[in-house]
Design a protein around this ligand. Sequence first.
Ligand code: HEC
Ligand code: HEC
Ligand code: HEC
Ligand code: HEC
Length: 495
Amino acid sequence: MRKTSVLLAGSLVAVGAVLAFSGPGIAEMAKGGVLEKGVEGRSDKWAEKYPNQYNSWKQTSENDSITDMIAKKPQLAILWAGYGFAKDYNAPRGHFYALQSNVNSLRTGAPVGPDTGPMPTACWTCKSPDVPRIMERDGELEYFTGKWAKYGNEIVNSIGCADCHSSQTGELQISRPYLTKGLEAIGVDTKKVDSEDMRTLACAQCHVEYYFKKTEWTDKDGNKKTAGVVTLPWDNGLSAEAMEKYYDDINFSDWTHGISKTPMLKAQHPGYEIYSTGIHAKSGVSCADCHMPSKKEGDETFSDHHIASPLATDDIVCVGCHDQDAEVIKAVVEEKLERKEQLMEIAMDNLAKAHLEAGKAWEVGATEDEMKDILTDIRHAQWKWDYSIASHGSFFHAPEETLRLLAVANETAQQARLKLIPVLAKHGAAGFAAPDFSTKEKAQALAGVNLAKLVAEKEQFKATLAKEWEKQAIEKGVLSPDTRKGMSDNSSYSK
Ligand code: HEC
Ligand code: HEC
Ligand code: HEC
Ligand code: HEC
């Protein structure tokens, strides 16, 4: 076998040729931006100048379906007990719905005014081009201060043009300052980032791991405030182990687990990080190469802004670089998914049991000292499981790294369970078997989620304050009246 003969690679078409035809951008961008200053969050305001990009962007509205992941994998409710994700967690859908998914999620709760509700402003950060608009208007620290509901009538457009493009020049740009800081922390000179890099970094603005860093500051009137600033934990590197060390060193936890009392980490979606370990990244294939390939309509060639699964179309982009039949390529990807699913199920099962057994150990009188190591194992195991799968698509972007992390997660969860055996025995609970968590109902009951109450409160919020936000945003002129006309309103709880 040749040195480079990984699967499919033997039949690779010259990559350079493909990359060359994927960048029609420069000439067209000469048409420039849409505003002299400020940020234009309404994508329809870009439509006249850029109809092809706008129309294809709008196709992200085609995937509006909800896959309730807690119904599909009830273990998740145990893994996230005591945290918002145990309430509601769905598979990703089109960018057009990102904002609606956020508003509809039971995680963002049912605020009744600007200072109420469970979540901070930071929860809007990856959903809307109104985020850079508000950051520019109010300042970054003010944006990151206060409750989510504070900006309900300002952050109203879903992911669109101004998330990735400058409203002045039309060029791709990083609109989120935390990415610039994160890149600088790993030694990237962000002034030297070129348009090829931007075909990946545009996505890394959101498809990354982050946490909310508590930051004290004083506003211009001298008021002392605390912001929760989105921060990328990249100082030690991008791997799961490097970020785990970062969080351990600052003693950070996202929440204390409701059953095992473990100080937990929630991985967000380290998509860029895990992709970086894969062979496509290492061969210079960018996110946009696969998710935004060139498209021809009439005489015009443009980047297809219908960001979705690259396998959802008949003429899959892969065949531009690989010369197998589409069916063969799809089957290869499907097999990668199945491998990941198998290891993921085993890891989740062990993690859920570790939490429940640890919960039992506390109940029968285990001491902090007896539990310390066990909880560290649970923390680290769940972090690696979450890092490996939370970014979606990792099974394909970086199959080896995904499977490696799932194997380590599983082994570490097993270690926790082995250590729990003598603790349970010592306190008279030898042979304890974790209760059944095989349905969403059973798992959420164990996790202490009162779904009926959460849904009733949410429906009330949607019928009142959420409607008010939309009306006010239209009055302020930051939301076009037609944007949401005829839009579906799917959620995990809608009938
Ligand atoms: C998620 C990021 C993202 C969003 C959202 C986005 N674009 Fe783009 N856009 C890109 C990328 C990546 C390219 C490719 C640039 C390159 O290769 O130089 C691109 C290219 C372009 C180009 C250059 C010509 C072409 O087609 O390659 C135009 C014009 C453009 N986008 C307009 C828009 C408009 C209008 C919207 C909103 C309706 C929009 N974009 C939304 C990322 C985005
Ligand atoms: C401003 C933040 C943001 C940016 C920038 C962004 N994404 Fe996303 N992306 C999201 C969010 C949030 C979702 C989930 C939306 C939902 O489920 O409602 C998502 C969903 C997706 C999906 C799933 C779509 C589907 O139909 O299943 C893909 C694929 C994707 N993004 C790829 C990309 C690529 C490629 C880029 C860069 C060209 C990019 N994203 C840039 C935030 C972003
Ligand atoms: C070599 C092609 C390729 C590259 C490069 C690539 N992706 Fe993907 N991506 C895929 C494929 C294939 C899938 C799996 C689609 C499926 O399961 O239907 C996928 C899945 C995804 C998903 C999950 C979609 C879902 O609905 O579950 C997201 C999000 C995503 N990619 C974002 C990105 C981002 C961000 C980058 C760059 C950091 C990137 N991709 C780079 C091909 C690629
Ligand atoms: C821009 C060119 C390009 C595109 C587009 C592309 N690939 Fe690749 N692919 C590569 C390169 C380069 C390699 C690495 C081969 C090597 O180094 O020998 C690779 C390797 C692979 C491998 C073997 C490594 C692994 O992870 O198992 C698979 C499978 C693969 N690609 C599938 C796909 C699929 C599926 C798509 C479409 C979603 C796709 N590729 C799109 C260039 C591309």
